[in-house]
Design a protein around this ligand. Structure first.
Ligand code: SAM
Length: 434
């Protein structure tokens, strides 16, 4: 029998033509390389015919960048940032898609992940946040890499190389103004600029190349243009405040350099409203806020349950927990524990609570913690799960659903325009009732 001719070998940097299909989580659009392997093609839009260049060649798949668009999707737009594109900044993967298409594709991707990983059948709508209809000017915190000559930039995709920039258009105007006014800062390795808008004192947190050794020697010379800001170098406060102050509704939150805070200007208010809506707290109830950060949800829950109720906030990062204590000082019914969330903590502190917030980092709460929640004799009546990774969320959700919890409303928010990322707020009800 005649042998089929060997497929053309596809190796690093090879070019090939293909028509791509749907967007896949983390990997661009899915297609087939000429040798039959699955190809994940970045910088393409679903349905496009593209010329792709291989960037990673592995046994079962290839990664590639669309370097030339041969048939263009109607959803394609010119990127607002000149640094977006093959081989350039690794930050905004979806600059080439219209904002409407971004939300449509995020919803499609989310529906697929929920179905495949948790058997959840939903048709989510990805809600836009107020204030940045063009997807630009929303980021309150931007972390730049700094090269050996003191120039700022961003890491390229899957690389340590730095794409040098003068500006980042997804940043808030105040963040961009500081970035563009900075002179070169030799000796810096990373620089994080945070500003919460006009009237709030910005914060610049720098890590230097020689790190801790610098502490005992002379302070580095401050770059030109860096005045009127708080400055933290290698974790040590050098000038001005060591934190920013954020406003959410009528409350103020201190957020120190290393503490978690949602980066989209409108995110904290949007998520607080969604979580409070999802839980429907009642006067006198007991709530627990796990992975509490600087106490964002704790504060509004503590107000809602009133003096007869209580909220326990659990946060493992000491700096964030200390911010939370300061932020909740006027709420005697809120207690902060600086502790790791694990199954023992749940068994010890969660029994009898009425409401629970789970807002874990990207990897999710994990099987053991979710099983500990399901094993409680007196489970909370409602859980609000806030998630930045749909796949981790789906795995955790599966544990609750298998144990008989009911998934209620599931909302998705476009907290990270120009990227594939999406934030979820889902509510689960236990058999104990609503
Ligand atoms: C996604 S943030 C949420 C923070 C807060 N809920 C908010 O919205 O601002 C996750 C938080 O969990 C904390 N964290 C991560 N792993 C933890 C663990 N095992 N136990 C307790 N806290 C943890 C992180 O320090 C971070 O503050």
């Amino acid at each position: 029998m005649d042998q089929a001719p060997a497929a053309e070998a596809i190796t690093d940097a090879a070019l090939f033509e293909l028509r791509v299909g749907a967007l896949a989580a983390g990997g661009g659009c899915v297609g087939r390389a000429p040798d039959g392997r699955v190809a994940f093609v970045r910088h393409a839009a679903p349905g496009e015919l593209v010329l792709a260049r291989v960037t990673q060649d592995s046994a079962h798949f290839v990664r590639a960048d669309a370097v030339q668009i041969l048939e263009t999707s109607p959803e394609r737009v010119t990127p607002a940032c000149p640094h977006a594109g093959p081989g350039r900044c690794g930050g905004c993967d979806w600059q080439h898609l219209s904002r409407k298409a971004q939300r449509h594709f995020k919803a499609e991707l989310l529906a697929t992940q929920l179905r495949r990983l948790a058997g959840i059948e939903r048709e989510p709508v990805v809600e836009e946040l107020p204030g940045a209809p063009d997807g630009l000017g929303w980021r309150t915190r931007v972390r730049f890499a700094v090269d050996r000559d003191g120039r700022i930039g961003f890491r390229r995709h899957r690389s340590h190389d730095i794409e040098l920039v003068e500006d980042c258009p997804v940043g808030l105007d105040e963040v961009r103004a500081i970035a563009s006014s900075l002179a070169r800062w030799r000796g810096a390795r990373e620089m994080e600029i945070t500003s919460l808008g006009p009237g709030s004192m910005p914060l610049v947190a720098v890590s230097t190349r020689d790190g801790a050794r610098r502490r005992s020697s002379n302070q580095p010379t401050l770059p030109v243009g860096l005045s009127g800001v708080g400055l933290v170098i290698d974790g040590r406060s050098v000038a001005g405040p060591d934190h920013v102050v954020a406003s959410v509704h009528h409350r103020r939150f201190r957020v120190s350099a290393g503490s978690f805070w949602q980066v989209h200007l409108a995110a904290p208010t949007t998520l607080v409203d969604a979580v409070i809506d999802a839980l429907g707290p009642r006067e006198g109830e007991r709530a627990v806020d796990l992975y509490a950060g600087v106490g964002l949800f704790t504060a509004f829950l503590a107000e809602a349950v009133g003096e007869r109720g209580s909220v326990l906030a659990v946060e493992q990062d000491r700096g964030a927990a200390s911010d939370a204590r300061a932020n909740l000082a006027d709420l005697p019914n809120a207690v902060v524990r600086s502790q790791r969330v694990d199954p023992y903590l749940l068994a010890e502190h969660l029994g009898g609570a009425d409401l629970l917030v789970l807002d874990p980092p990207r990897q999710g709460a994990g099987l053991a913690t979710m099983q500990a929640l399901c094993a409680l004799e007196a489970p909370p009546r409602r859980v609000a799960y806030v998630a930045c990774d749909p796949a981790s969320f789906a795995r955790d959700a599966r544990v609750l659903i298998d144990a008989g919890w009911r998934l209620g409303e599931l909302r998705a928010f476009d907290l990270f325009p120009m990227t594939e990322h999406v934030e979820l707020v889902a509510v689960f009800e236990s058999a104990r009732g609503t």
